[in-house]
Design a protein around this ligand. Structure first.
Ligand code: UDP
Ligand code: MG
Length: 139
């Protein structure tokens, strides 16, 4: 994947609360182009692999439970400086610490159920995008 791309998931809480449209509007209004997108549900094995870096952390079981309990919107986004700019747009992991106007400040309930995922590096953006999408699903 090119380095001006990032990967996101609108997590199950965002889908359950009907926030898909509002969050996508904010993302596109912030200058991101949607390269790939789908509604999908992760299996337990998917979530354990996707979040493998956290598998020793105390919240890992809850994280896997949360991320698999319903559908997510997975998407690849393109913009200059995509990874960093998208992390700025979503805000801190804990919505209590997130800046005003960020997606997590607006839509996240807690540090666990925090509405959206954003890749933390170009390398992980490529890995995570390829985890969810084949080449023919990227535009
Ligand atoms: N998480 C959690 N408790 C914590 C830290 C993280 O439940 O104390 C969850 C939360 O959903 C977070 C995900 O694990 O988005 C991945 O954590 P990370 O530190 O990578 O945060 P992110 O990159 O999503 O901001
Ligand atoms: Mg992370």
């Amino acid at each position: 994947m090119r380095t001006d791309r990032t990967f996101t998931m609108l997590k199950p809480d965002s889908v359950e609360k009907g926030h898909i449209g509002a969050i996508l509007e904010k993302i596109t209004a912030s200058g991101f182009r949607i390269v790939a997108m789908k509604l999908t549900q992760m299996t337990k094995a998917d979530a354990e692999e996707f979040y493998a870096i956290h598998n020793e952390r105390p919240f890992f079981g809850e994280l896997v439970e949360y991320m698999t309990r319903g559908p997510i919107v997975a998407a690849i986004l393109e913009k200059e400086n995509a990874v960093e700019d998208f992390r700025t747009l979503i805000g801190a992991t804990n919505p209590a610490d997130a800046a005003e106007g960020t997606i997590r400040k607006l839509y996240a309930a807690s540090i666990g159920e925090n509405a959206v995922h954003g890749s933390d590096s170009d390398e992980n953006a490529a890995i995570e995008g390829a985890f969810h999408f084949s080449g023919r699903e990227m535009f």
